[in-house]
Design a protein. Structure first.
Length: 459
């Protein structure tokens, strides 16, 4: 039991009580609830500020453990309790995380992908099916901060590749993927990369009372409730039948989360107007997670996407290079009859600038941008159909088509390319230029460029 003083004659005790039961699940819950009721009654006499409990049941006997964090003190210490209460709260969150934070430790977050429909920030649970077509890539960020890059074909789950009895590290996953013939690479050194502390994400959390959401917190987090935009009304926080009135002083755009309403890991609150639920907010703790990439991944897995989205983009730019993937309505190894239309789809793993050419040496012509709407700019993870809205001119199968080649750059290099490469799709490229395209792109400095080639067979 630790003891501190707020002023002479007033002592504050911070204690941890543990209650363990081996009763079946329902009796265990009832026992914990009974223990909680006693604490609530005691609170009226002792000025109890905060308590948090964690129920953990395992196997058939549903053995349970309730952790309780209790502060006792004189009711004349509101200022000290106001400051210390939040610290005790986060101590509870940290212990809860130690007990159950690894339950989904192998769930990953999609960092970048050239697979249509697979967008950055998508959570890939171990049981979720991951389908990566031939030649496409998916880069996963694990909660350890490690990064694993897969190149298709692959169709399966992470659980199927999980090493038996292993640590579940990205390196061990990569070894298992390779044993099954999948191209897998660990991008090294990512845990030491600091994408910048997500100050806005964790230091200052602002709860929107008109929008449901999940918010991640840590010990240093200040939680605020912003002023509703819907006009005046009677607002309150509601949890388990208990209501706490909310009021914004005139001119205040936000108020601090009430110190007498504890925040627990996983706790949910309804924000009501006139007794009707307006929004539901959930809080999750990331205090036990190491910083940087690991914390970003953990935040996404816990559901705090809005808080960590910008950090994920920034981290992706640091560790993942541009990648582009071309496919057709008949897959990566298509065969067409002469005269048939060819439907292409091009996808980039990040925002970039796309340049494509159709045809082999001696018959190559610009395909994209070639007068396309919005020029060469291509948003990441957004499939580009050709023909389509941005480029209505498509391809028709013929022996002259042969290949489609695309280059993706992380900046606009159009001013540094020959005008013929950006011209109308009907104008063929000079023979010498068509044969030196790879060298032409490789000599452009100050950018990262990646290429993909698709071969088309015509009968």
């Amino acid at each position: 039991m630790a003891t501190t003083r707020d002023k002479p004659g007033h002592r504050l005790r911070v204690g941890i009580q543990a209650f363990a039961g081996t009763s079946p699940a329902r009796r265990g819950w009832r026992a914990c609830a009974s223990h909680d009721d006693r604490a609530r009654r005691r609170a009226k006499r002792t000025g109890l500020l905060f308590h948090a409990y964690l129920h953990r049941f395992a196997h058939s006997d549903a053995s349970g453990v309730c952790f309780r964090f209790v502060t006792k003190g004189s009711s004349t210490m509101p200022r000290l309790l106001n400051h210390l209460g939040r610290a005790v709260l986060h101590l509870g969150l940290a212990v809860a995380s130690l007990a159950c934070g690894r339950a989904h430790a192998e769930d990953a977050v999609l960092l970048a992908s050239t697979v249509p429909g697979y967008n950055p920030g998508m959570v890939v649970a171990t049981a979720d099916r991951l389908s990566v077509p031939e030649g496409a890539t998916a880069t996963l960020l694990f909660q350890s901060g490690e990064v694993l890059r897969l190149r298709g074909p692959f169709d399966g789950t992470l659980a199927q590749q999980r090493p038996s009895g292993g640590s579940g590290s990205a390196a061990m996953f990569a070894d298992m993927f390779r044993l099954h013939g999948v191209d897998a690479t660990v991008i090294g050194g990512t845990r030491s990369i600091n994408p910048g502390r997500p100050v806005a994400a964790l230091d200052d959390v602002q709860v929107d009372p008109e929008r449901s959401g999940t918010y991640c917190v840590e010990p240093a987090t200040s939680v605020w409730i912003t002023r509703p935009s819907g006009g005046p009304g009677t607002y309150a926080l509601r949890r388990k039948g208990n209501n706490r009135a909310l009021a914004w002083p005139q001119g205040a755009q936000r108020i601090e989360w009430p110190a007498d309403v504890p925040i627990e890991d996983g706790s949910q609150f309804e924000i009501t107007t006139g007794g009707t639920a307006r929004a539901t907010v959930t809080f999750r703790d990331v205090a036990s997670t190491t910083g940087g990439a690991a914390r970003i991944a953990r935040g996404f897995v816990l559901g705090c996407r809005d808080q960590f989205e910008e950090e994920l983009k920034r981290f992706s730019r640091l560790v993942v290079g541009p990648e582009v993937w071309i496919t057709t309505d008949r897959g990566r190894r298509p065969t067409y009859h002469a005269g048939e239309p060819i439907a292409l789809t091009v996808t980039a793993n990040m925002d970039g600038y796309l340049y494509c050419v159709a045809g082999a040496d001696g018959g190559a012509r610009p395909l994209f941008p070639a007068g396309a709407f919005n020029g060469a700019q291509l948003p990441g993870s957004v499939p580009l159909p050709i023909p389509g809205r941005r480029q209505p001119v498509g391809l028709t199968a013929s022996p002259a088509v042969g290949q489609v080649r695309c280059w993706l750059a992380d900046r606009d290099i159009s001013p540094e390319l020959p005008h013929a490469l950006l011209g109308a799709p009907s104008a063929p490229l000079p023979d010498q230029m068509a044969g030196e395209l790879d060298a032409l792109f490789s000599h452009i400095g100050g950018t990262r460029i990646e290429t993909d080639v698709l071969t088309i067979r015509t009968e």
